[in-house]
Design a protein around this ligand. Structure first.
Ligand code: KG4
Ligand code: ZN
Length: 365
């Protein structure tokens, strides 16, 4: 079985193909193609949805063609042309596509392209929740066997598992009792963790996206220089709140006459530490309460090395019975491979006529 995965929920255009043998073992990532309009957005200090959607329109077909070429499922010179007299149908079984949550304009590009391809190629669609996609990036691991394909869907993840999704738009803790058996435990009440990084970076005049910039600046800073709040760190629930942290940083900046590199580094390190403290404490508390066997970190913020190191250390120190997982950094931010992976483990076909984009999609609560 082969699945083409398509991701266009925000500013990345991604497509990938996975292949599974009939026994469901040895699932290989045949190809992965990604392009991003990030550099355009760094000029404007944030994503302009209309610009992101226009870039998606520009890249979606070339990205899909490229990934089909790379997976050797499409002759090198073939183009996707629904009006051509000879339509070449790639040897795939289904098209998986992100249908939400995300920016409506961006989502529509992926969803409508997937529907058109499903129609002209006569293939079913597998709609994928973008948040689930982030979690399933954890199942894509490097191939230890000598093989032309570097990545497999083969992580040694046992259930129950706890997933922390930390992205630009979401901060959620979910319990997984198996594939498709998801229970939402809590989430942010205001800003997401990535959003907090992005907004605070802006206050420090650092470019978009703020997460990697704060991480870079923090390497020269002292995480104890400023005592920023750790919102909701001790609350009884598994909810988060990061907007107060941004206000606190703004208040601090107003008292500083001129922001020099040293102060920026100290603020960056202290903010990063505050966000990490909250994420780690709440996740480990949930892991303990639900006696999970695996903890899965996912989403763009999971690319933060200090967060990964701290999670690994604390999970080893306090959670002897749970294994800790995080995707390779290139798989933390949006990509097509994670969508194909989520579709493989949660295979639910729908006819193309039944699919529409849903920007507000969430977990079923
Ligand atoms: O998952 P993602 O690519 O897109 C969404 O689904 O939102 O996440 C993007 C977010 C941005 O807010 C970005 O600042 C943050 O992930 N991010 C990071 C790092 N890399 C990306 N945050 C902290 N440290 C990083 N290294
Ligand atoms: Zn995402």
């Amino acid at each position: 079985m082969r699945i083409l995965g398509i991701e266009t929920s925000c500013d990345e255009t991604g497509a990938a193909v996975i292949e599974a043998k009939t026994n469901g073992k040895n699932v290989k990532l045949l190809s992965n193609t990604l392009t991003s309009s990030l550099t355009l957005h760094s000029k404007t200090g944030g994503i302009i949805p209309e610009v992101a959607a226009r870039e998606q329109v520009k890249y979606i077909i070339p990205v899909i063609e490229q990934t089909l070429n790379d997976s050797s499922l499409y002759p090198q010179s073939s183009k996707i042309d629904p009006l051509s007299s000879t339509i070449y149908r790639p040897d795939i079984d289904a098209i998986a596509v992100t249908f939400g949550p995300g920016l409506i304009g961006s989502l529509l590009v992926g969803v409508e392209t997937a529907k058109t391809l499903a129609y002209i190629w006569n293939k079913p669609i597998i709609p994928v929740n973008h948040l689930l996609g982030h979690i399933y990036a954890n199942f894509i691991v490097e191939n230890s066997e000598p093989d032309a394909r570097r990545y497999l869907l083969d992580a040694d993840i046992d259930f129950p598992a706890l997933a922390l999704i930390v992205s630009g738009g979401h901060t959620d803790l979910v319990l997984m009792n198996g594939h498709g058996k998801i229970r939402w435990l809590g989430g942010t009440r205001d800003d997401a963790a990535g959003e907090a990084f992005d907004k605070i970076a802006r206050l420090l005049s650092l470019p978009y996206p703020g997460g990697p910039e704060i991480e870079k600046a923090a390497t020269n800073g002292n995480p104890k220089a400023f005592n920023f709040p750790r919102p909701m760190i001790g609350s009884d629930d598994f909810d988060f709140s990061f907007s107060g942290l941004k206000t606190s940083v703004l208040r601090e900046i107003k008292t500083i006459e001129q922001l020099n590199n040293e102060t920026i580094a100290n603020i960056a390190a202290s903010v990063q530490q505050a966000i990490i403290d909250v994420l780690v404490v709440k996740t480990l508390k949930a892991a303990e309460q639900y006696k999970v066997k695996s903890i899965l970190l996912s989403g763009g913020v999971a690319a933060n090395q200090t967060l990964r190191d701290r999670f690994e250390l604390d999970a080893r120190r306090y959670l002897l019975n749970a294994k800790f997982f995080f995707p390779e950094k290139w798989l933390c931010t949006d990509n097509g491979a994670m969508i194909a992976s989520a579709a493989f483990f949660n295979y639910k076909e729908v006819p193309w006529t039944k699919l529409s984009a849903n920007p507000e999609l969430y977990f079923d609560l």
